[in-house]
Design a binder for this molecule. Structure first.
Ligand SMILES: Cc1cc2nc3c(=O)[nH]c(=O)nc-3n(C[C@H](O)[C@H](O)[C@H](O)COP(=O)(O)O)c2cc1C
Length: 368
């Protein structure tokens, strides 16, 4: 009997592997802050279970949690999730277990907001309140590479060497807790003008010690964190780094420096790059469809790590094109995934794939 013809799924729906982690497709849910920890204790809630759980049942290959702080002072807002306590580990465990049962895999985005910490949640309920949350209203003093503030925010405390050592340890502890909470992967948040990006960018990091100055100095904190996390995180599980490839401003962090960083990250045991841009300083960014994809491609050509592209990739055909052109290995979907938890299911339909495994049994009768 002739063998059954093998049908190759379009790249977007093809399984992939990072270290020993098998992903059912190449679609990632981009990390997105929900600001829904109303108790302000960093413990994820029913909201997070439903939000991430719905996208797990919707067919995403890899879900990335919102920026999840490795310490209370590393939160962007008082209502962020965290991973510094055992109570948080228990709450995350319930979420990872549900999502994994649906066939999705889940990464935690370990984060420290640096000088952009302690800001008001970006929610309509806060009626446009902006800037730093005062200490009397549950805010705290932020930490930064220097005491220079991000425009519009309170000045942070300049970090001493012991503060830096503490942050590195906090990231490693976060990774240990992430393992106990059942996460499949760790993504380190080195983008968007938060702590590590602040150390990378010459526009923000004007320190004169070994954590500032030239390229290796500004990359030092990033690499210390990567090495500490890699040592704390199981060998078989992947480590992803999300970076901003450019500050979009002359004299700032740029793609050339990103390539240098990517080479160091590869050597230090990072398994994939997730390529975003901006956030360290105010800049004019020409936002439009796929506006960051070119940076993913440049990095993909410079190192042998797989890369994820993100940023206004909203339609399945466009996402498929990104992969087919060889611009990236994965596509992360953000806002389109907020309005459509089943985006990957529609993607499969539009790309001509019938994959029952993208649906929980209870939903199969509703499949495209
Ligand atoms: C509501 C919201 C929250 C976000 N929070 C995070 C975050 O926690 N960590 C992060 O790295 N990026 C965050 N981002 C950026 C997204 O991950 C993504 O890079 C960006 O929205 C562009 O992708 P998109 O056009 O598909 O939405 C956030 C974006 C939105 C819209």
């Amino acid at each position: 009997m002739a063998p059954a013809p093998t049908v190759t799924p379009p790249a977007l729906l093809a399984p992939a592997r990072l270290r020993e982690l098998e992903l059912r497709n190449r679609i990632w849910l981009a990390p997105m802050c929900q600001y829904m920890v109303e108790a302000r204790d960093g413990v994820p809630t029913d909201w997070h279970l439903v939000h991430l759980g719905a996208r797990a049942t919707g067919g995403f290959g890899l879900l990335i949690t919102e920026a999840t702080a490795v310490s209370p002072e590393g939160r962007i807002s008082p209502q962020d999730t965290g991973i510094w306590s055992e109570e948080q580990v228990a709450a995350w465990s319930r979420i990872t277990s549900f999502c994994r049962d649906q066939g999705a895999r889940i990464a935690v985005q370990l984060a420290h907001a640096g000088r952009k910490a302690s800001t008001w949640p970006a929610l309509p309920a806060f009626r446009g309140r902006r800037g730093s949350v005062p200490e009397l209203a549950s805010g705290w003093r932020a930490l930064g590479p220097t005491a220079d503030p991000f425009p519009g925010l309170d000045a942070p405390d300049a970090m001493e060497h012991e503060d830096i050592a503490q942050v590195v340890e906090d990231f490693a502890d976060g990774a240990r807790r992430a393992e106990r909470a059942g996460f499949d992967a760790v993504e380190l948040h080195f983008a968007h003008g938060y702590l590590v990006h602040e150390f990378l960018s010459p526009l923000v990091n004007t320190r004169r010690d070994e954590y500032g100055g030239d390229g290796p100095g500004r990359r030092r904190l990033a690499l210390e964190i990567v090495r500490a996390v890699r040592a704390a995180w199981p060998e078989h599980k992947p480590l992803v780094v999300r970076l901003s490839a450019t500050d979009w401003i002359d004299g700032g962090w740029d793609i050339t420096q990103s390539v240098e960083l990517a080479r160091d990250l590869e050597e230090a045991g990072v398994d994939a790059l997730h390529v975003s841009t901006g956030g360290a300083v105010a800049a004019d960014i020409a936002v439009g469809p796929e506006y960051q994809v070119g940076f993913a491609r440049t990095l993909r050509e410079a190192v042998s790590l797989p890369v994820a592209a993100v940023g206004l990739i909203t339609e399945p055909a466009a996402a498929q094109d990104v992969l087919e052109r060889g611009d990236a290995d994965f596509v992360a979907v953000g806002r389109a995934g907020l309005r459509e938890p089943g985006w990957p299911q529609r993607a499969a339909h539009e790309l001509g794939v019938r994959d029952p495994a993208l649906y929980p049994g209870a939903y199969r009768r509703g499949s495209w």
